[in-house]
Design a protein around this ligand. Sequence first.
Ligand code: NAP
Length: 336
Amino acid sequence: MKVLIIGGTGLISSGIVKALQARGADITVYNRGQTDDRLDAVRHLRGDRNDFGAFEREMAATGAWDAVIDMICFRPDQAESDLRAFAGRCAHFIFCSTVCTYGNTQTIVPTLETTPQQPHSTYGRDKVACEQRFLRAQAEGRMNVTIFRPSHTYGPGGNVINNLGWAPTFVDRLRQGRPILVSGDGHGLWQSAYSEDVGVGFAHAVGRSKCFGEAYNIVGGEVVTWDDYTRRTAAAIGAPEPRIVHVPTDFLLAVDRPRFSALEEIFRYHGVYSNAKVQRDVPEYRPAMPYEEGVRRTVAWMDRHGKIAPAESDPMEDRLVAAWEHGLAAAAGRLR
Ligand SMILES: NC(=O)c1ccc[n+]([C@@H]2O[C@H](COP(=O)([O-])OP(=O)(O)OC[C@H]3O[C@@H](n4cnc5c(N)ncnc54)[C@H](OP(=O)(O)O)[C@@H]3O)[C@@H](O)[C@H]2O)c1
């Protein structure tokens, strides 16, 4: 099984490589050679996929593939380049999309693959446009296509997110026992998947005709509240029980909308998606990594690579807590 991965050394793609190796695949990865490479026994092609002419010429020279997995296609022009490069040259094309294609404003959970896609970010809208191009190519008989829509995926090579976004200070705030802001009442729902688990789903879809022309959510097995997420993350890394401070999303957006854009687009909504379809068609996909162990491995990697910023480097969260608690005390005083 000859498989090409566009990307290949990133967070999810490293998990795919590991699972494909377990399947005995002959793997080639295409990337610029800038990302820390943790892969063994894999063939490397170097290049920038955005240099469309060079990329397509190089792909034409590589011959045919049993499968191509594109992990880093974000825009329709990149999707068009993939079609020029691979239609007629690969038996199965897998596109990594995202659950951000749904927009998450729907009130019914879990989100299914049939839930209407109403993205409200450029990222989500562009991924939908890519999905549509690939599905059209499938309908026209140009290529067998499968679409995966991961939700939050973490693991070594990535970050530990929090309810407000991707701040690199989160782990140090937990370790120092500083207050942690969580939006709303902390009851928003969330699902996190471990990168190597997700990799198994992609790897076992390769070559499976049942998956041709289909789109799949591929998400973690557990649904937790953001309060639980925060407490479990702290416990997993040996940090003290966190003092969680609940604040309305609207307050945070009023203070600094650009800073909290991820909260506005993603984290303020329930992030709950069904795995039923992928587990029906790719039964090997069984999220197995316990969250606590996954987060310990991720934080160990972040420590080794200097990816954890000291809490002092970003005083905004402490200032927000102080302002919110001062406002609450003042309001309570006035109403007494
Ligand atoms: N992680 C999540 O929570 C999450 C959630 C939903 C969807 N996704 C989707 O997952 C995908 C990202 O997967 P990932 O985590 O495996 O990848 P990643 O961490 O984004 O890694 C990127 C890979 O692509 C290579 N690369 C980046 N720019 C390149 C370019 N211009 N030309 C050639 N190679 C390039 C990188 O190597 P070099 O730097 O060496 O080039 C690396 O191998 C995206 O499609 C994203 O939408 C992720």
